[in-house]
Design a protein around this ligand. Structure first.
Ligand code: GAP
Length: 443
């Protein structure tokens, strides 16, 4: 497979065929920039979240996970700078009325001022605010305006004082949140890469201003470790030091973690040093004191903030692109997902060799029940011949298939465990099976 479109088309087709991701509102012709996750996509996504929580939140005494409302007081977005400045440059064709992000049309087209679709004349560039506006309550006036949040971050800054008052943490400490964000992208594209409704996993880590670099470097290393946890190839990841002219208004330093997607090297995650911008802005706009009192130093100050920000859907896309593999096995072309066990929707699948032999089925059901108690994402399949079942599981990235055959029953000679990537099988004693699998799939 050489063409970029071929690989993306193959991934999109696999996602639909196997129930990872569907087009949003598909039966009505879709809604651009929205995607619906099916059972396997949802499982993969949940696995990414749980790897993230394990690395960044669970077991860390100083990390507080919250779940803030999506709709917030409009003043939040005035304070954050989004109401005035969260905009992309937009140009519209005077002839066909198609709209483009000015920085995404080719240099040749934009130089000539011509529409890439119909060759018509492009209008003047203007700023287009990407926040989805709505009204809260029955009256629609300026005071009832609210927005679907364009980032999860602000839900944490506005709860900073609540965490201080309830958890009494000492610096450094962090707030973490996983949730939906919405951006009215001018040109949603590249499958899950740029959508209008997506999920973020974000951390706002509050530090003493003089210690910011230490925490920044800590998260830089942890973000790389997380990408390895979810199985992304290190050779496809590149750090980009974002120059001041390209940084968001709140950022004093940003590193983008870029990934080599089939359609080019693009931002996967970002790590920003937001200084005291957000807490100071919210203090000023809300008139609530958002400073911190250091008991040891007897000093009051506004903490600075380090923000590791992760797109959950972009993670899923990068994982799928990294894992998508075509090879020949036993003389047949095979498509499979070489997923890291930590993110694979099913870790194990259990089969009876034949579905019409009650003794095989009974044993397979027994083995399935035992494994499933400890490895909940275990599948059971007795449909079609065993070769086809292997291929079906390969295609969704299940790392191990356990087959109960006549040797299991007649000779008590254990079960076969097949490895997805090599296709090799080994016999494992029934009594050792659970430990064997747990060692292999622990993420
Ligand atoms: N709080 C900081 C912030 O939101 P961002 O770089 O605008 O920073 C963070 O977004 C991450 O969210 C990105 O690195 C990307 O992974 C994800 N993201 C942003 N826009 C997206 C979109 N339209 N579709 C999917 N993911 C997106």
């Amino acid at each position: 497979m050489n063409k970029i479109e071929d690989k993306m088309d193959a991934i999109v087709a696999l996602c639909k065929r196997r129930g990872f991701v569907f087009q949003g509102s598909e039966i009505y012709g879709g809604l651009a920039g929205t995607w619906d996750y099916g059972p396997l996509g949802e499982a993969l996504k949940w696995n990414v979240q749980s790897v993230w929580l394990r690395r960044f939140v669970w077991g860390k005494g100083n990390m507080f996970k919250v779940n803030a409302a999506i709709l917030m007081n409009q003043k939040v977005w005035q304070a954050s700078g989004h109401a005035a400045g969260f905009a992309d440059p937009l140009v519209e064709c005077k002839k066909c009325k198609h709209r483009f992000r000015a920085d995404q049309i080719t240099a040749a087209d934009s130089e000539k001022g011509k529409c890439p679709d119909c060759g018509g004349e492009l209008g003047a560039q203007r700023q287009f605010n990407m926040m989805f506006e709505t009204h809260v309550g029955a009256v629609q006036d300026a005071s009832s305006i609210s927005y679907l949040r364009p980032e999860t971050a602000q839900g944490m800054f506005v709860n900073f004082k609540n965490i201080l008052d309830t958890e009494h943490p000492r610096l450094p400490f962090g707030m973490a949140q996983i949730g939906k964000a919405f951006r009215n992208e001018i040109a949603p594209r590249d499958f899950l890469f740029r959508s209008r409704e997506f999920e973020q996993m974000e951390i706002e880590y509050f530090v003493d201003p003089k210690d910011w670099e230490k925490s920044f470097e800590y998260f830089r290393a942890e973000m790389n470790a997380f990408m390895s946890d979810i199985g992304l190839s290190a050779t496809r990841i590149h750090e980009l030091e974002v120059p001041e002219s390209d940084r968001a208004h709140y950022s004093r330093r940003t590193i983008d973690f870029e990934y080599d997607f089939p359609f080019g090297r693009k931002e996967l995650y970002g790590l920003a040093y937001r200084g005291d911008f957000d807490l100071k802005q919210h203090s000023e706009f809300s008139k609530v004191d958002l400073s911190y009192y250091d008991e040891e130093k007897k000093e009051r100050f506004v903490p600075h903030c380090i923000e590791p920000s992760f797109g959950l859907d972009r993670s899923v896309l990068a994982i799928l692109c990294d894992a998508y593999t075509e090879d020949d096995m036993g003389g047949d072309k095979r498509i499979y997902l070489k997923l890291h066990p930590s993110v694979a929707p099913y870790k194990v699948a259990v089969f009876p060799l034949l579905r019409n032999k009650p003794e095989l089925v009974k044993k397979a059901e027994e083995v399935f029940a035992t494994i499933q108690k400890d490895i909940p994402m275990t599948d059971y399949d007795d449909n079609g011949n065993v070769g086809k079942r292997y291929r079906r599981q390969d295609e969704i990235g299940t790392p191990f298939c356990v087959t109960i055959d006549f040797e299991t029953i007649e000779k008590g000679n254990g079960v076969t465990v097949r490895d997805r990537d090599s296709g090799k099988q080994e016999r494992v004693a029934e009594g050792e099976l659970l430990k064997y699998l747990k060692d292999k799939v622990k993420g």
